[in-house]
Ligand binder design. Structure first.
Ligand SMILES: NC(=O)c1ccc[n+]([C@@H]2O[C@H](COP(=O)([O-])OP(=O)(O)OC[C@H]3O[C@@H](n4cnc5c(N)ncnc54)[C@H](OP(=O)(O)O)[C@@H]3O)[C@@H](O)[C@H]2O)c1
Length: 334
């Protein structure tokens, strides 16, 4: 399927040319009508190096200059979580479409401020929750909606890896929004909330690192209709990276790594398992880029598939989980 017919050509800019920005820049090359017009780094040399690697003409050493560039239509914000709200709002105020890395912001209050800026300046805003748009997720959502596994009653998903403790690195530094929940626990949480809606009850426990960020987080969520979910994230060990979605009439199994797999199994209770193979992922980010461009073509300020209300619901849920874990960011006390 070609998306080109539905999409306005879009010149992108990137704020924060770090690890994930590199992957995003490669993905842009896979999307018809997308081009990378400029990048901004606080460090001019780092900016130039990134720009030459990706063939970008314009390099700014000030994020505000990129936000003000009239040649740029959309900006990907790829700075640490602690700056998403500030950098996202900077771009929205200049009328740019913003695709902001996950989590959209540190807490629900910041997410509300970003949404308010998008509305005020009629600028598109979406959280870069790329897993919402990959073929695996679309296929699982269709299967669940079809009722073939009955009514979903239980979801379990995890995301864990061993990260060396670096108090100043973005995974642990509380000022940068460190912690397992916001960095990787957000993926299993997304799966549950996407399929079951906002949790009515939340019981969380975990372990904090010496910086006060959550090294490990486990949460049991209760949903309307009596469904439950168990989500786990940790920076202390590699976990199975698997997910299961159990319904009253069957179950879905996604093996490692569940969030970017191109196959899963499911069966109706008592019947043999069926394997579903979906389109293999090349980069993974190309789907969310197409979503932004399609929404721009329609003049929307939010994606119908990943609306502002969804990101706000995720932020509210993570606020409650963090409160129970005892993780506090500066943004929580402002
Ligand atoms: N979607 C995914 O699969 C995925 C995967 C990994 C990370 N992420 C998200 O992407 C964001 C960035 O992660 P990353 O791994 O790319 O981080 P990174 O490699 O550390 O890059 C972050 C960039 O942000 C800029 N920055 C601005 N202020 C900063 C500060 N005070 N401290 C450190 N960097 C600062 C830096 O660029 P300059 O100094 O050059 O301006 C830096 O290159 C995070 O929010 C994370 O959740 C998403």
């Amino acid at each position: 399927m070609t998306y080109f017919a539905f999409m306005t050509p879009t010149t992108w800019g990137i704020i924060g040319p770090g690890k994930i920005a590199n992957k995003f820049a490669i993905a842009l090359g896979m999307v018809e009508g997308a081009s990378l017009g400029a990048i901004a780094s606080r460090d001019a040399a780092r900016g130039r190096e990134f720009a030459s690697r990706h063939g970008v003409a314009a390099v700014y050493d000030d994020y505000a200059l990129l936000a003000a560039d009239p040649g740029i239509d959309a900006i990907y914000v790829a700075t640490p979580h602690g700056f998403h709200a500030e950098h996202g709002i900077l771009c929205l105020r200049k009328g740019k479409a913003v695709l902001c890395e996950k989590p959209l912001a540190l807490n629900a209050r910041e997410v509300e401020e970003m949404i308010a800026a998008a509305r005020e300046h009629h600028a598109f805003l979406m959280e870069a929750m790329w897993t919402r748009f990959v073929p695996l997720m679309r296929s699982i959502m269709e299967l669940v909606a079809s009722g073939r596994i009955g009514v979903v009653k239980y979801i379990r998903a995890d995301f864990g890896f061993l990260a060396a403790f670096e108090p100043n690195g973005r995974l642990f530094n509380i000022r940068l929004g460190g912690g397992s929940l916001l960095d990787i626990g957000i993926y299993p949480l997304f799966l549950c909330v996407q399929l079951l809606g906002e949790p009515l009850t939340i019981t969380a426990a975990g372990r904090l690192s010496p910086t006060g960020s959550d090294e490990t987080c486990h949460a049991i969520l209760g949903f309307a209709g009596g469904a439950n979910a168990v989500v786990s994230s940790t920076l202390a060990c590699q976990t199975s990276l698997s997910a299961e979605i159990a319904g009253t009439e069957g179950i879905i199994w996604v093996g490692t790594p569940w969030y970017k797999n191109d196959r899963y199994e499911w069966n109706r209770t008592g019947e043999p398992a069926q394997v579903v193979q979906v389109e293999p992922l090349v980069n993974g980010f190309e789907y969310q880029i197409r979503e932004v461009m399609e929404c721009r073509s329609k003049g929307l300020i939010e994606s119908p598939s990943l609306p502002h209300s969804f990101s706000l619901m995720m932020a509210r849920t993570m606020d409650t989980i963090r409160e129970q874990l005892g993780v506090k960011y500066l943004a929580d006390i402002l």
